[in-house]
Design a binder for this molecule. Structure first.
Ligand SMILES: Nc1nc2c(ncn2[C@@H]2O[C@H](COP(=O)(O)OP(=O)(O)OP(=O)(O)O)[C@@H](O)[C@H]2O)c(=O)[nH]1
Ligand SMILES: [Mg+2]
Length: 420
């Protein structure tokens, strides 16, 4: 696996990280953002040190007051002696005009505190997906000894909802008088809320909004196993009103429903760490594929339902015209497709694939194929793969798999052993 330029190897990242060294944290997170980490090695180094932190996701519409709320929670958590890591995902929003800078300003008072580490990440440009990158950053903060890790994200798209799945406790922030956005909240993020907070509670309409949300909660389909009744709280972050109750409530939720959900046992790899094993399983599948190895394809990022692979074109990849052979591009895309679709641990048999070539590639080009799941049912799953050179997509691939009941680990010629 590749190391990025100027990055220390993972063995030297981990000791600094485990001691909470800020530079080690910053460098590792930057490398994750650039897709440059050796996922398997870093994962191995961190693995024994995960699961202590309480991961809190804070989501809600743009301008809801999430960053202001995070700032207030930070203040309260510091008063209680916690160490807090914050990941603000794509904080720029047309409503507040707030870019990364705006969020830093809002959280800035605590930004220099030795027990606080704030990192803003843009939602674009993550190989293997934003939720994957965010999940790794959470692991880095967890291993670095932060007790609480807060992820702030605008609750808009699929990937944001996926990010929230990393969280143990999901707080949805709703400003008063949401109007139409209530529909959006109702449809998507309300489903994942563990705690609802009416922000800007001093504004008119706050009480009516709280009533609306409580009504909506009653409409939610009841699940017998639910151990937690979603409360609707009210906060005015600038004055601190309601913040201590919110922090109490976050802890109560963790006590009732547990921490480290992201690490819980994967039924496919019993007793092992879920997010890490999806990665390491895929990495190992790639390493054990003779065809993938013969072409020089490397798996650079992987997780459940996604995989990114790369290839630097050498003379063996060229056709008689001197440009990259179409079969090589197909194989690169097909590799990402195969890895992503097998990442659940069940053998996924390809039944259909199409590729569209948009531009040619040549000697020395570095191609990256990024596979994401488009849909999945019990028996079929569809994947889309973009093959890119730098930021330009040069080929698009779609593929369908039939999901068998055979375990990937059993299907190997040489069974994969749990060695980590
Ligand atoms: N009146 C009032 N305004 C608030 C309160 N909390 C936040 N604001 C204001 O609401 C605006 C948006 O606040 P942010 O904290 O940036 O909201 P956000 O949800 O993080 O915004 P994005 O990250 O851009 O989606 C800012 O102008 C805040 O000053 C509050 O409790 N009362
Ligand atoms: Mg914000």
């Amino acid at each position: 696996m590749n190391q990025g330029a100027g990055l220390p190897d993972s063995a030297s990242i981990a000791p600094g990280l485990l001691a909470g060294d800020r530079r080690a944290i910053a460098r590792t997170i930057s490398a994750i953002e650039r897709g440059e980490v050796d996922v398997v090695a870093v994962t191995q180094a961190l693995r024994a040190h995960l699961g202590r932190a309480h991961i809190v996701g804070i989501t809600g519409p743009p301008g809801a007051g999430k960053s202001t709320l995070v700032h207030a929670i930070l203040g309260e958590a510091l008063r209680r002696g916690s160490r807090v890591g914050v990941i603000a995902v794509d904080p720029s929003s047309p409503v507040s005009g707030g870019a990364v800078l705006g969020d830093r300003v809002r959280m800035g008072e605590h930004g220099g505190h030795p027990d606080v580490f704030i990192r803003s990440v843009a939602s674009r440009g993550h190989l293997g997906g934003l939720s994957q990158a965010t999940g790794m950053m959470v692991d880095v903060f967890d291993a670095a000894g932060f007790d609480t890790i807060i992820i702030e994200t605008v609750g808009a798209g699929q990937s944001e909802v996926a990010i929230m799945r990393v969280a143990d406790t999901c707080v949805v922030a709703c400003p008063p008088g949401l109007g139409d956005s209530v529909q959006a909240i109702k449809a998507g993020i309300l489903e994942i809320a563990d705690i609802l907070v009416i922000t800007k509670s001093e504004l008119p309409g706050a009480e009516a909004s709280a009533r609306d949300l409580k009504d909506m909660l009653h409409l939610r389909s009841p699940t017998p196993e639910r151990r937690w009744t979603v409360p609707v709280l009210a906060c005015c972050a600038p004055s601190g009103e309601g913040i201590a109750q919110l922090v109490d409530c976050m802890h109560e939720h963790a006590t009732a429903c547990g921490r480290a959900k992201r690490l819980q046992a994967n039924p496919l790899t019993a007793g092992a760490n879920r997010s890490l094993d999806a990665k390491s399983l895929v990495m190992r599948l790639a390493e054990r594929d003779p065809f993938v190895r013969s072409l020089g394809i490397q798996c650079i990022q992987a997780g459940k339902a996604n995989a990114s692979v790369s290839l630097v074109l050498t003379p063996q990849h060229l056709n008689f015209n001197g440009s990259c052979h179409g079969g090589v591009i197909f194989s690169l895309a097909d590799t990402a497709f195969g890895l992503a679709s097998n990442s659940y641990g069940k053998v996924a048999a390809g039944i259909d694939a199409h590729v569209t070539y948009q531009s040619a590639a040549g000697l020395g080009d570095r191609l990256v194929a990024n596979a994401v799941e488009v849909s999945r049912s019990r028996k079929l799953a569809v994947y889309r793969v973009d093959v890119s050179r730098a930021d330009e997509v040069i080929a698009s691939f779609t593929g369908t798999v039939y999901i068998t009941s055979v375990n990937v680990t059993d299907a190997q010629a040489a069974p994969l052993q749990e060695t980590m």
